[in-house]
Every structure is written in structure tokens, then in C-alpha cells.
Design a protein around this ligand. Structure first.
Ligand code: NAP
Length: 295
């Protein structure tokens, strides 16, 4: 009897992007906060790392709407961090970040889902000329008009991307653009997930989110060297090289190649400081990488 009551009253969430860096933290946080969780995955093996926090796995490919029928049945909250970051499958941002999410939104509307949270990127207004941001914000615009309670989160860079600084330091030299003094406050997936799930109790809206520490790229590099106990070696790449590279990749490669390059080369050559949330520091994150690799 007691169990039946719980099942009826429990909030039910669908997570799209559940196999990704942020999605895994979201699944754990939703579970921690008492949600029943369904996860969309393209491959049952990929969900294994968080399988214990998932009540139901739904196998589907977001770009193929016929595989999504029933995805949002009996769900009241949809969370989506679905998008292309490192996947190299020949799809464009418009195919996945826009249309894939649109297909999920269509399912959500058909099933009368009440809340939809979507992850875009910080500084989207300024960066809308970039292919990835164009696709994400096109979806965000449509979500706002879709008639359900919307939550659009625009986070700063994730700690997962800071791994690149660590890897360069491990190889002995970090390469930075300009003089390395661009500032940002990246955020750990666990901190972002907590902020996102807490926000679901609000009335909705659009939210910029960054991590607790504002650091220059020089400082991030120095922390990586310090944690590795290595002598810092930094090479500064002049901005004209970055500008020329951007021009060349845009001219001679397709959007599938230049999309990620233009995004990273742009956000790494500007200040990116968002409202601060969370507690995890970059130094702890770099230490964690070493601990994990040491088993
Ligand atoms: N990384 C950053 O610094 C950063 C900063 C701000 C915003 N964001 C945005 O936040 C979102 C999440 O980032 P993340 O680092 O967690 O990304 P991630 O680790 O690459 O995860 C992306 C998720 O989307 C899924 N996906 C991709 N294409 C799909 C398709 N065709 N059908 C079904 N699922 C598909 C992936 O599934 P598979 O595992 O099957 O590939 C994965 O679960 C992204 O949209 C990203 O643009 C990222």
C-alpha cells in the first residue's frame, strides 16, 4: 500500500543525453532528489555507468522520430543535454542539437509533459553566429513558444573540457591563445546538475550558470602543472594565427569539421564569466583525474 502511494506521487523525469558527461550527473541528482527516472540511450551498454540510478531505459535515436514514440509517456519533466560535442557521426548541429531536441519536444507535447529543461551555452546572444549556438538557440526559441513550462540553462564550460589543459600539461607544455589572460568560471557536472534539478522547483525561465572560481587560462594551466608536480611550460599562440586558422577551416572544411573548432577557438579567446554556483574547484578535479588513472 505504502509503495503504491509512492509510485503515484513520485515526480517522473526523462533524461535525454543521459550517457553524456552532464547527463550522468543529472540522472544521479534526479534520483537523489526522489525522481523516478527514464533515460534515453542509443545503446544499452552506454547507460551502464549510471544504470543503478535509472528506473527505465528507452532505446531511441533522437534524429529518427519513429524511434521516439512513447518516450515521454507518463513523464512530467523532460531534461535534455542532448547534443553533439565530440561525436563524429556525420550529423550536423542542426540535425541533432536542433532537430533531435525538436523531435523530443514533439513527443513531450503529445504526452502533455509539464516541464522541459534544456541545456544551451553561456553567452548565446553574443555567440549566435557560431553553428552550434545557432542550432541550440533555434531550439531554445521554439521551446519558449511551445506552451509548456520551459527552463533554458546556459552554462559556462564544463570541467570535462578542462581535461584538455591537464592533458597538455601532462605532455609537458600548455598552448594558450593571446597572453593567456582570458578569464572564465567553468563548472563541474555535479554542481551544474544540482543547480539544474533545484531550478525545476521554480516557475521556469532562462538561467546563466558558471562555477565558483574565476580563473585565467594561465591560472588553469599552472594548477594543472602544480597537481602533476611538473615545471610549467606555456607557449602563447598569437591571435592572428587563430584568426587565420578560423578563416581557413571555415572556407575549406564542412560545418561538421569547423563547427567544434570555431566554437572552442571563440570561447577560448574571450572572457566567459557567468553567475557563480557550486563548490568544486579545478585543482580538485585535476587531482581526481590522477586518482582515477592510478586506479
Ligand atoms: N562541454 C561544455 O563545456 C559545454 C558547455 C556548455 C554547454 N554544453 C552543452 O551541454 C550539452 C551536454 O554536454 P556534455 O558535455 O554532457 O555532452 P556529451 O558528453 O557529448 O553528451 C551528449 C549526449 O547527447 C547524446 N547524443 C548525441 N547525439 C545523439 C543522437 N543523435 N541521438 C541520441 N542521443 C545523442 C549522446 O549520446 P551518445 O552517448 O550515444 O553519443 C550523449 O548522451 C551539450 O549539448 C553541449 O553543447 C557543453
Amino acid at each position: 500500500m505504502h509503495r503504491e502511494e509512492n509510485t503515484v506521487t513520485k515526480k517522473r523525469a526523462l533524461v535525454a543525453g543521459a550517457t553524456g558527461y552532464l547527463g550522468k550527473f543529472i540522472v544521479k541528482e534526479l534520483k537523489r532528489q526522489g525522481y523516478w527516472v527514464r533515460a534515453l540511450s542509443r545503446d544499452s551498454r552506454k547507460i551502464e555507468p549510471v544504470r543503478q540510478y535509472v528506473d527505465e531505459v528507452f532505446l531511441g535515436e533522437a534524429t529518427q522520430p519513429e524511434t521516439l514514440i512513447g518516450l515521454c509517456r507518463n513523464i512530467d519533466t523532460v531534461f535534455s543535454s542532448l547534443g553533439i560535442t565530440r561525436q563524429k557521426e556525420g550529423r550536423t548541429y542542426m540535425d541533432v542539437d536542433y532537430q533531435g531536441n525538436k523531435n523530443i519536444l514533439n513527443e513531450a507535447r503529445a504526452e502533455n509533459v509539464s516541464k522541459f529543461m534544456y541545456i544551451s551555452v553561456f553567452n548565446a546572444d553574443t555567440l549566435r553566429h557560431l553553428e552550434i549556438v545557432k542550432a541550440k538557440e533555434r531550439f531554445a526559441d521554439e521551446l519558449k513558444e511551445a506552451g509548456l513550462q520551459h527552463f533554458i540553462i546556459r552554462p559556462n564550460g564544463f570541467f570535462s573540457d578542462m581535461t584538455e589543459f591537464f592533458n597538455m600539461a601532462k605532455r609537458g607544455r600548455v598552448y594558450l591563445f593571446g597572453n593567456g589572460e582570458y578569464r572564465a568560471n567553468p563548472i563541474h557536472g555535479a554542481d551544474l546538475a544540482k543547480t539544474c534539478v533545484e531550478r525545476l522547483c521554480s516557475t521556469g525561465g532562462e538561467f546563466d550558470v558558471g562555477g565558483p572560481e574565476i580563473l585565467t587560462q594561465n591560472e588553469i594551466a599552472l594548477q594543472a602543472f602544480a597537481v602533476l608536480d611538473k615545471k610549467p611550460k606555456i607557449t602563447y599562440i598569437p591571435l592572428w594565427i587563430r584568426n587565420l586558422t578560423l578563416k581557413l577551416v571555415r572556407r575549406f572544411t564542412s560545418v561538421k569539421t569547423y563547427g567544434p573548432i570555431e566554437f572552442f577557438m571563440t570561447v577560448l579567446t574571450m572572457n566567459m564569466v557567468a553567475p557563480a554556483y557550486g563548490q568544486h574547484t579545478i585543482k580538485e578535479y585535476f587531482k581526481e583525474i590522477i586518482e582515477v588513472s592510478n586506479g
